[in-house]
Design a binder for this molecule. Sequence first.
Ligand code: C2E
Ligand code: MG
Ligand code: MG
Ligand code: MG
Length: 294
Amino acid sequence: YQAKERNRPRLVFNRRMHAQAARLGRLEAEMRRDLDDGRFVLHYQPIYSATDGALQGFEALARWEHPERGLLGPQEFIPLAEETGLIIPLGRWVIREACRQMASWRSGATCGDDVSMSVNISARQFSQPDLVEFIRETLEREGLSPCFLKLEITESVLMREADAAAAKLRRLKELGIKLMIDDFGTGYSSLSYLQRFPVDYLKIDRSFISGDQNEEESRKIVSTIISLARNLGLRVVAEGVEEQDQFQMLRNMQCDDVQGFMFSRPVESPKAQDLLESYIECLRKTDHEGTDDP
Ligand code: C2E
Ligand code: MG
Ligand code: MG
Ligand code: MG
């Protein structure tokens, strides 16, 4: 009798593990199916200059239009995609789609030359041996000049194998694309590596902007990151700006670019195109005002 009691928790545990595995297996199969069926989409979140409000570009963010469960955010499928290797086909699709979209906006003349497209690259994707070649081919096929593409790679991915990462970044850089360290401040970069990574941008992690953590501490960290970027000759972007006072603080600290719900949530392609067009329209008006001046 006692032995039976003792066995019970293990049985429950196994059942739960089994259910979990079955759920993940189902999700993986659905992801495979929906990748083929075109049920993944990109939403685009604009990034603006903090000094003059100029549109700097968009960050492409993956979404899954699940037939039963509705619109799913990346936190619900990127970890599993990483684990199963599905991140490779998914990540390729993201790169292709983001380049296609940017090339199409550019050919429609709805897009200024200072507007670019950012794509997130996960750990497993970054370590793919043919990533550089794939990006080169994709840019060529989609007819997009490399200077309009930015890759966002998290600090923790880069620090994992810093020497190999530095070499890979150099190869990506040689293509002519721009590189950004994402979620900066969370991954314990050694300063010597930071100098060896040929990146163009640091993106300050949202946790330091949002006031989730101790506000005074966060403020110091943000200001330290901004001066670090200055000293290294990098541009600095703040993500997750939600409130006016956060934006004001960033402006005072001379942060270059900002992104966050305060300006816009990630939006579907047609809405992003509206943002582009109204921005161009606004520039045109300013130009006219300029030339009309006596
Ligand atoms: P991330 O690259 O750091 O992207 C920023 C995330 O913060 C996005 O969440 C965005 O919607 C959210 N965000 C932006 N502004 C605000 C704000 O003001 N307040 C709040 N609360 N959130 C804000 P999302 O789209 O859920 O993406 C989460 C993460 O998933 C991304 O973090 C990125 O690491 C990953 N991800 C998204 N799309 C892709 C993709 O295509 N490929 C890969 N490998 N990862 C992706
Ligand atoms: Mg990002
Ligand atoms: Mg980020
Ligand atoms: Mg983040």
